[in-house]
Design a protein around this ligand. Structure first.
Ligand SMILES: NC(=O)c1ccc[n+]([C@@H]2O[C@H](COP(=O)([O-])OP(=O)(O)OC[C@H]3O[C@@H](n4cnc5c(N)ncnc54)[C@H](OP(=O)(O)O)[C@@H]3O)[C@@H](O)[C@H]2O)c1
Length: 279
């Protein structure tokens, strides 16, 4: 499995399985199948309410724990160091493991709140309960504000990233800081039908004898972006993984680059209220 080297020296598989909206036994079966066919990277979060199933699938997979890269995220309701530490403790218990490979702050709040939560992640990194720590949904100004007080630099920023929201400026900014970019919703999530209908992608797919989702995953990998497509269907989990036997040309990369539409599917990070405001 191709990996990227994080700024703390740890290796992270460039392709993983997403588990948002994978519930109950569905998430158990998806993770078990993915590990069985060669995935070594699983992405979950407190808010996905499937950590217990993900943990059970890892335990039952027969793949040694130290060969699997497991990510979870503290939820928005943790605003203090103590709350975030407690949340990680509960995640580890549900996941049935002593450590996660990557712990992320799921969404940014105020600069002060982000800095406080980050100290809990730094302590987890010190203690080895999180081998690496990072952020998610942090726009450039949130990243820079966090770095002003952080003792440990985030290894990665997991953000919405797909052909219609390419985040090239954020990617360049992070690269300059030695922080990797991880693409969530690579298939535009519930709007995947728009992606599958895209004529440019369909043409490139047919030139390679591949499916459109495979072209998108390949495009991310060739840009050095970590990518975590979600599926609970065995044949799609396999399809999304069969991307290491072909390469997109410079010309094909450029024609995908031109598909950017600044189209956001998930909330814009400066306006996220869930977990922060009681309605
Ligand atoms: N940090 C954050 O705030 C955040 C936010 C959103 C997501 N994420 C993470 O990123 C992961 C990926 O994002 P996402 O789940 O929102 O969306 P996604 O991976 O862009 O798309 C998932 C959708 O595509 C379908 N699909 C998957 N492979 C397919 C294929 N080969 N052919 C046709 N359809 C296919 C899935 O359906 P089936 O399952 O039925 O196959 C599902 O409807 C999440 O699961 C989660 O781990 C993080």
């Amino acid at each position: 499995m191709e990996t990227i080297k994080l700024n703390n020296g740890n290796e992270m598989p460039i392709l993983g399985l997403g588990t948002f909206r994978a519930q109950g036994e569905q998430s158990y079966e998806a993770v078990k199948h993915a590990l069985g066919i060669g995935y070594r990277h699983i992405d979950t979060a407190v808010i996905y309410a499937n950590e217990e199933e993900v943990g059970r699938a890892i335990a039952d997979s027969g793949v040694p724990r130290d060969e699997i890269f497991l990510t979870t995220k503290t939820w928005n309701t943790a605003h203090t160091k103590e709350a975030a530490s407690q949340m990680l403790k509960e995640s580890l218990s549900r996941l049935g493991t002593d450590y996660v490979d990557l712990l992320l702050v799921h969404w940014p709040g105020s600069y002060e709140r982000n800095a406080a939560v980050w100290t809990a992640l730094e302590e987890a990194a010190d203690a080895g309960t999180a081998k690496s720590i990072g952020i998610s949904n942090f726009s450039i100004h949130y990243v820079d504000a966090l770095l002003a007080s952080a003792r440990i630099k985030p290894v990665i920023n997991q953000v919405e990233c797909h052909v219609e929201l390419q985040n090239t400026r954020l990617h360049e900014h992070l690269s300059g800081l030695g922080i990797a970019l991880e693409a969530y919703a690579p298939f535009m999530s519930q709007h995947i039908s728009d992606l599958l209908a895209n004529e440019t992608l369909k043409e490139i797919a047919s030139a390679h004898g591949k499916a459109v989702p495979q072209i998108v995953v390949r495009w991310m990998i060739q840009r050095g972006i970590v990518v975590i497509p979600k599926s609970v269907k065995p044949e799609r989990i396999e399809e999304n993984f069969a991307v290491f036997d072909f390469e997109l040309s410079d010309e094909q990369m450029l024609s995908i680059r031109k598909l950017n539409r600044a189209r956001r599917i998930f909330p814009e990070p400066d306006n996220v209220d869930f977990g922060f405001v009681q309605f």
